[in-house]
Design a protein around this ligand. Sequence first.
Ligand code: 13P
Length: 211
Amino acid sequence: MTETRLRDDIARLSRSLFERGFSVGSAGNISAAVDDGLLITPTNSCLGFLDPARISKLDRDGRHIFGDAPSKEIFLHRAFYKTRPETGAVVHLHSTFATALSCLADTDPEDCIPPLTPYVVMRVGKVRLVPYARPGDPRAGDLIRALEGRYAAVLLANHGPVVSARDLHAAVYAAEELEETAKLLVSLRGLPTRMLSVDQVNELTRVFGGS
Ligand code: 13P
């Protein structure tokens, strides 16, 4: 895919996320890998109104080489590209229900999004809680690197989800799936709930592959 097409896709999918309430104000950022580096949404930009030509470009060493100043969360994104080399795109949101789970004191840090439905297993996989760091703190990137690529998605404590996938569409779909599953989990809180069994999760991984 050409860089121009990828820029257009980032702007189009970002607008779609914004219009459906997955991001508000200037929250959230999206990146995608290109041959000679990566594209990332500019800092303080609204995902609903991106100009494709102004999306930031960084070289392979993380130097800003084109477009507006990059997202301050570049550290989160680079940690996924570094530790999961198959990564083609990363989506960070402050979507409401995933963020709610990132704040709840009894969320299991090892398994923030238990296997409630098949698609969260297929598209997102196991989700780990990353301890709180202020937005833009490079230490959040260090914390993700320390996971050594074992998780395609994490919840940043009291902040929100970061989701990686092999390409832009897959990363956006996974971020949406994570948010909708978080909504189900919050809706079902206090009700006796049947999760998928270990055998059912294993069958999904065998048939559809891991994320
Ligand atoms: P940026 O505007 O720098 O991308 O930061 C937004 C955000 O989501 C912070 O977590």
